[in-house]
Design a protein around this ligand. Structure first.
Ligand code: F6R
Length: 236
């Protein structure tokens, strides 16, 4: 596991974008695992800029997002689909047909989860997986538990996560209590993993994830077993 620390969020985001630039140089048709949340926004802004400057192109990339809230329509501005469109996809040359987000709105989510995993596998697995981390150590929405879950699955979000995510909603009562998340198999079989973390309030979980005992009660600790992980941390 490689760890790089930064004084500012901007420096971290620019370094993360350099990793994408290299990835796309090495493999223009990369399969990218993407995340939502506030941490990747600086990276996404930088990718949009570099894409508009012609430094990078996403036209041959395939994407798979980590997770989606249950029961929120994809058009709803609280959905992760909306987030991705408005923070990255709409301003870059990704092809719409290559973008995937777990189906958490209609149908049988468990079955949809199996299909999602099968699609990822059919794409050859993920080349570069982006992760943030929750204050409780969740990755994707793999919440602390007694075991790691392999497949894409439905989860009950913890109170801690609901509270953390309430900052994006008018009322905490509006925050969905369930989500569909990629499981550990697709994450851990990614060829490379990039985790971005920022803010002093995440310092302790950053330390626990990277140095603590490997346990499903802090899901991010599993990354210590992966052969190619880079963790970026900025204080601010
Ligand atoms: C989002 C995701 C989550 C977030 C985590 C941190 O797709 O999978 O694990 O990465 O909750 O969120 P922020 O960056 O908002 O602190």
């Amino acid at each position: 596991m490689k760890i790089v620390t930064f004084d500012t969020y901007e420096e971290m985001s620019s370094y993360a974008a350099d990793i994408y630039e290299q990835q796309l140089k090495d493999k223009p048709d990369s399969v990218l695992g993407l995340a939502t949340g506030s941490t990747p926004i600086g990276l996404y802004k930088e990718l949009i800029k570099r894409n508009s400057q012609g430094r990078i192109s996403f036209k041959d990339c395939i994407t798979y997002n980590l997770d989606e809230y249950c029961g929120i329509s994809p058009e709803n501005e609280q959905s992760y689909k909306y987030f991705m469109n408005h923070n990255l996809f709409d301003y870059t040359d990704f092809k719409k047909e290559n973008l995937h987000i777990p189906n958490a709105y209609d149908g049988n989510y468990e079955q949809a989860g199996r299909q999602y995993d099968a699609q990822i596998a059919a794409s050859g697995g993920i080349d570069l997986q982006l992760l943030g981390i929750g204050l409780n150590g969740h990755i994707g929405f793999n919440e602390p538990a007694d075991f790691f879950t392999k497949e894409t699955h439905v989860v009950n979000l913890t109170e801690n996560t609901i509270e953390a995510n309430s900052r994006f909603f008018d009322d905490i009562k509006d925050v969905p209590t369930k989500a569909v998340t990629m499981g550990m198999y697709s994450i851990m079989t990614a060829k490379k993993i990039l985790m971005v973390i920022n803010g002093e309030k995440k310092y302790n979980i950053f330390k626990e994830a990277t140095e603590g005992k490997i346990t499903p009660s802090c899901p991010a600790t599993i990354l210590q077993l992966h052969p190619d992980v880079i963790v970026l941390y900025s204080k601010i």
